[in-house]
Design a protein around this ligand. Structure first.
Ligand SMILES: Nc1ncnc2c1ncn2[C@@H]1O[C@H](COP(=O)(O)OP(=O)(O)O)[C@@H](O)[C@H]1O
Ligand SMILES: [Mg+2]
Length: 337
């Protein structure tokens, strides 16, 4: 187990693409930390720098306090799980799991014991003699996970490991990865573009955009107190409502207001005091709740309503919000005020 620390870490690719522009981060021993952000924001590059698969253009990387800038991936004692499983097609599951240990020169009995242990942990016992082509996508990804686990590394790195799975399986594997982290107590660094994955899995989330860290915080804090408009807009489905103060009857100029859909109440009939008036633009039933888009004062606001909310498009409705829940952002810089 290990701490990982990044100090002003930079990567400029050949041709001058600045992919990572000075990232500083202290990851605690046993922490589950996610790097999240849109495609191309530098997540994989940051992870590859930690793994030693890419060379640093600047900054310092430490694992357990020791500088590892010039160490090979092998010497860093980390394991990486990618989106593509990259299993050996001609080897069965047991041999795929054993492979990294064979390369490391472990004794036969030790290899067998570790393979059995990891197979039990991941529910692969019954599949040990199957070839990768005889496995489902989820089972293959579990084997890839197992191949990282057998080595018992200090740090696990994951790069979008669930992206190739269908939605139901993704949710299931997400839960399994979280349980695995609880059981192992190892340091997990997890890259994803999926805000829900980052929120549900992590102790802390690192939000990146264009090679720069936007905010580092526990999921709840990111959601409740986003540092800027980018972070506010990235987390939450439906998205936070971002509106001019005039729309909500607030006086300030040069300020953008953020209001989460669950803090906006929509209703029909006589409007309560202080409510806004509007018309239903769209109702999206989601089962347990409905997302209701309302047009008011020329802007569209989304409210979270009950699952059985049924009002026709164009119907007059009122909107009420809790002013204490408003987040205020500087319209120019985007920073939270
Ligand atoms: N080998 C490379 N050579 C040049 N540019 C690269 C290379 N790998 C990634 N990039 C660029 O660096 C930026 C960050 O990429 P990446 O770290 O893969 O983003 P993410 O994983 O967040 O989608 C992108 O603009 C990408 O095009
Ligand atoms: Mg990537």
């Amino acid at each position: 187990m290990a701490t990982v620390s990044l100090e002003d870490v930079r990567k400029v690719y050949r041709g001058g693409v600045a992919a990572v522009k000075g990232v500083s981060l202290d990851i605690a021993d046993g922490e589950f930390i996610s790097l999240v952000g849109p495609s191309g924001c530098g997540k994989s590059t940051t992870l590859n720098l930690i793994a030693g698969l890419e060379e640093l253009s600047g900054g310092t990387l430490r694992i357990d306090g020791a500088v590892v800038n010039d160490l090979s991936p092998r010497e860093r004692d980390i394991a990486m799980v990618f989106q593509s499983y990259a299993l050996y097609p001609h080897l069965d599951v047991a041999r795929n799991l054993a492979f990294p240990l064979k390369v490391a020169g472990l004794a036969r009995e030790d290899i067998d014991a570790r393979v059995r242990e990891v197979a039990a942990l991941l529910g692969l016992d019954a599949l040990l003699s199957r070839k990768p082509k005889e496995l489902s996508g989820g089972q293959r990804q579990r084997v890839a996970l197992g191949r990282a686990l057998v080595r018992r590394p200090k740090v696990f790195l994951f790069d979008e490991p669930l992206s190739n799975l269908d939605a139901a399986l993704r949710t299931q594997m997400r839960g399994e990865i979280k349980k695995l982290h609880e059981q192992l107590g190892a340091t997990f660094i997890y890259v994803t573009h999926d805000q829900a994955e980052a929120m549900t899995l992590s102790d802390r989330v690192v939000v990146m955009n264009q090679g720069e860290v936007q905010q580092v915080a526990p999921p709840r804090e990111l959601y409740d107190a986003p540092a800027n408009l980018f972070v506010a807009g990235f987390f939450g489905a439906p998205r936070i409502n971002l509106v001019k103060p005039g729309t909500l009857g607030q006086p300030e100029a040069d300020v953008v207001l953020g209001l989460r859909p669950e803090h906006l109440e929509v209703g029909q009939g006589e409007a309560p005091p202080g409510a806004l008036e509007g018309r239903v633009y769209l109702v999206e039933p989601m089962g347990a709740e409905s997302w209701v888009t309302v047009e008011s004062a020329g802007e569209r606001l989304v409210a979270r309503a009950a699952g059985d909310f049924r009002v026709p498009t164009g119907a007059a409705v009122w909107l009420r919000y809790d002013a204490s829940k408003l987040r205020r952002f500087d319209a120019k810089s985007g920073r939270a005020l």
